[in-house]
Ligand binder design. Structure first.
Ligand code: GLA
Length: 382
């Protein structure tokens, strides 16, 4: 005789639906452990997603943050390839956005203001004269609600956060959802974003992982070889706000259309590199009229053989070469993260879009749902 739970699972399977083991109360395969408490006393949990080959992604419900990502090198040796901290207090105090979900508006908004429907909205300036990554307390510093949505073919963690109307100066209550999916049979982490609002607003969601594919973050990332599927980038002013121009990368140190070491041209005498103190710019990805998932970036780390490919539905990608890391921040295992020991590839809409009508729009209206997907695919090369 089948027990009621087994019958429930069997019937769900027959109906072709994915059973949520947690919802059925029998516990998923996903491992959970305590990640401590925030200063306000919120319990933070670490959720660890694992697949058949041993790839492992850990996410906490503070900031919907990816805290570790373990992938194999060419000899099958696993290592953590993202920077981060060991404690929630460090994530609360941190200013580097390690692995966090960035919102309501990822990247910069000039002068801490934008106009929407003829009204001017003021948002906190937390990066010189500009707003960076949402404001004073962005989505990376909020407590999210996590639900295990694992299916037979994947471990799935869904996190949601409701940002109240007026939070950090943005109009409309925004319901944001971030879903991390680790398929059983593939070494890839899929990140799906969705958002809806009750008033016209602006949204730009991204993940701020810093990668070091050597797995040894005491080494810099300058020998990683990068390809970006972009023939243009958005040049910036001295405060890293786009001028509005889409500039061809050909003939500049911003041309990554062919695989090139990150460090090959980073110290060249170039005005844009000086403004960024290295690379800290948005590349315009080859457009896809249907907004389909397509390859945006490929990174090869020659010593370990690890390869990261990033697919996205987003129109842009911010490549940041860790220029603000200076050894003063101590991360996992107490390691000091020195200059350029991690790089970010933040899939996104362009910086300061609300103030640039020629950029793809970041407006979201009631009744619409924003959908965005980014996939981190890992493999190895000889
Ligand atoms: C983004 C920005 C950088 C920097 C980092 C965080 O990538 O573009 O200028 O602020 O976040 O340090």
């Amino acid at each position: 005789m089948l027990k009621p739970v087994a019958i429930a699972i069997a019937s769900v399977a027959l109906l072709g639906l994915s059973p949520s083991f947690t919802a059925l109360g029998i516990g998923g395969r996903m491992q959970t452990s305590s990640f401590g408490k925030t200063k306000e006393g919120n319990e933070i949990t670490k959720y660890t997603l694992t697949n058949k080959s041993g790839m492992e992604a850990s996410v906490i419900n503070f900031g919907a943050t990816l805290v570790s990502l373990k992938v194999p090198d060419r000899n099958g040796k696993f290592a953590d390839v993202v920077l981060g901290y060991d404690s929630v207090t460090d994530y609360e105090d941190g200013k580097s956005y390690f692995g966090g979900t960035i919102g309501r508006y990822g990247n910069r908004i000039a002068g801490g203001q934008f106009t929407l429907d003829g009204m001017v909205f003021h948002i906190p300036k937390n990066d010189g004269p500009n707003t960076l990554h949402g404001g004073t307390i962005g989505f990376n510093k909020r407590v999210w609600t996590a639900v295990d949505r694992s299916r037979p073919d994947a471990e799935v963690l869904e996190l949601s956060y409701v940002s109240p109307d007026g939070e950090e100066g943005y109009p409309g209550a925004l319901t944001a959802k971030v879903t991390y999916t680790l398929p059983t049979g593939k070494n890839e982490l899929r990140i799906d974003y969705s958002a809806s609002t009750d008033k016209d607003t602006v949204v730009n969601l991204t993940n701020h992982s810093y990668f070091n594919l050597t797995g040894t973050p005491s080494q810099d990332i300058l020998k990683h070889e990068l390809t970006l599927r972009a023939s243009e980038f958005t040049p910036v002013d001295a405060t890293l706000i786009p001028t509005g121009e889409l500039r061809k990368v050909a003939g500049t140190p911003f041309d990554f259309t062919k695989s090139t070491a990150i460090g090959a041209r980073i110290n060249q005498d170039d005005q844009q590199l000086k403004f960024g103190k290295g690379y800290d710019h948005n590349w315009v990805l080859e457009p896809d009229p249907k907004g389909a998932l397509r390859l945006a970036a490929r990174v090869v780390e020659p010593t370990s053989g690890r390869v990261l490919e990033i697919e996205t539905t987003e129109p842009g990608i911010q490549f940041y070469s860790g220029n603000f890391l200076d050894g003063s921040v101590h991360g996992k295992g107490g390691i000091a993260y020195a200059y350029r020991t991690g790089f970010c590839l933040e899939t996104q809409h362009f910086p300061d879009s609300p103030n640039h009508p020629n950029f793809p729009s970041t407006e979201l209206k009631p009744g619409q749902t924003l959908h965005s997907t980014t996939v981190l695919k890992f493999s190895t090369t000889k």
